[in-house]
Design a protein around this ligand. Structure first.
Ligand code: GLA
Length: 373
């Protein structure tokens, strides 16, 4: 009997070790110097999976700097917007590839009241607060540590940073799998009640060249409703059916098919820049959106645990951002699918809560999965 147990233990140990070895062998991580910000070193990490797909991530802003994905002919190309050099990210950038927080998206007039105290945040988007403020999570250097299959980034956002209450300790793990998935797992804890809404702000262009706009990309969103906005992009508080509007993506539809429709919501968003209320949300990871580029066959699926999806189609890109390899990012040459809670939730008691309290742990996951059709 002892002998059998002994063999079993050795067997389990052996399986464990060989799994670890397999992980280490399959995932390659390269680390390069990328510059210095606020006296802290920034690095560029390259993760390569066994198929040859790569993702480059910098610990400055937890930014995905490049993502190469193969097309229907097996050709790998970079499908995200961004810059070659760190210096360009330090200048005004429309959040290319970054992780945004403490509150991704907008808070009306930069004000919210929590447990009887009113908090004032920067109004960095007209009269509203956007994406965590002036020097938010996209503009700080995170601590980074490679793991067996990815990169672990941590950041302590001090009490009062950008006007938010509480020390917020965030852990973010990027994983590149051999199924061609980029996984993002977020975790956060706080010592005072605070709103938290983290998201990833990559701009995708599945054509792989960014010379063409994304209007022929076919988008599917698993949402029967969206949150209509006012002309400053703050939700009115209603959930409006997508039926009969340009925001109906329940069947895969080209972005360009209705993006210029003469509808109030399209005027307010200057195209698509809205939050979709995802169906079937129960906190588990669900397939909620997809994008397909016929010309290259590239297909991206988005899985998330979040109740909302901000679909933004690059309406503010105007050719003033010169990106990787000198490429000019023109109008609508990238689209974002930002998984998140609804905009302005701290001021909308009927929206799912974004308040994290001491003793609780914020956890959420999003997966961008790539294949060809
Ligand atoms: C988000 C917003 C957009 C815009 C971009 C950055 O997606 O919803 O309105 O601000 O970020 O340009």
């Amino acid at each position: 009997m002892r002998l059998i147990i002994g063999f079993l233990l050795i067997g389990i140990l052996f399986i464990n070790c060989s799994n670890e070895k397999k992980d280490v062998k399959q995932m390659e991580i390269k680390k390069e110097n990328y510059g210095t910000v606020d006296g802290k070193a920034a690095y560029l990490y390259t993760l390569t999976n066994k198929n040859g797909m790569t993702v480059k991530i910098t610990n400055y802003g937890a930014i995905v700097q490049s993502l190469t994905v193969k097309d229907k002919n097996g050709v790998y190309e970079d499908i995200v917007l961004g810059y070659d050099k760190l210096e360009s990210y330090l200048e005004a950038t429309p959040y290319f590839g970054a992780v945004v927080g403490r509150y991704g998206n907008r808070i009306a007039k930069g004000k919210f009241t929590l447990d009887g105290t009113e908090y004032t945040l920067a109004t960095n988007d007209g009269e509203n607060h956007l994406h965590g403020g002036l020097k938010a999570f996209d503009k700080v250097v995170w601590d980074a540590k490679p793991t067996a299959s990815g990169l672990k980034l941590t950041y302590l956002s001090p009490d009062g940073e950008e006007g938010y209450p509480g020390n917020l300790y965030i852990t973010l793990i990027y994983t590149l799998t051999d199924n061609n998935e980029l996984k993002i797992a977020y975790e956060a804890t706080t010592d005072k009640a605070t709103p938290v809404n983290l998201t990833q702000h990559s701009y995708f262009n599945l054509s792989g060249n960014c010379n063409t706009d994304i209007l022929s990309h076919e988008v599917w969103l698993n949402a029967d409703h969206f949150t209509p906005v006012d002309n400053t992009l703050i939700p009115t508080g209603e959930l409006h059916p997508v039926e009969g509007t340009a925001l109906d993506f329940r069947k895969p539809t080209e972005v360009g098919a209705r993006v210029n429709n003469d509808e109030e919501q399209i005027h307010f968003g200057r195209g698509y820049d809205h939050n979709w209320v995802l169906n079937d949300v129960d906190g588990s990871l669900k397939l909620q959106a997809s994008v397909y580029d016929k010309s290259t066959g590239r297909y991206m699926e988005v899985l998330t645990e979040e109740p909302g999806m901000q679909f933004y189609c690059g309406n503010f890109l105007d050719g003033s951002n010169v990106g990787k390899g000198g490429k000019v990012y023109n109008y609508r040459t990238g689209l974002c699918l930002e998984t998140q809670h609804f905009p302005d939730s701290p001021n909308k008691p009927d929206f799912p809560s974004t308040i994290l309290r001491p003793g609780e742990t914020y956890t959420t996951q999003t997966v961008y999965r790539f294949s060809v059709k």
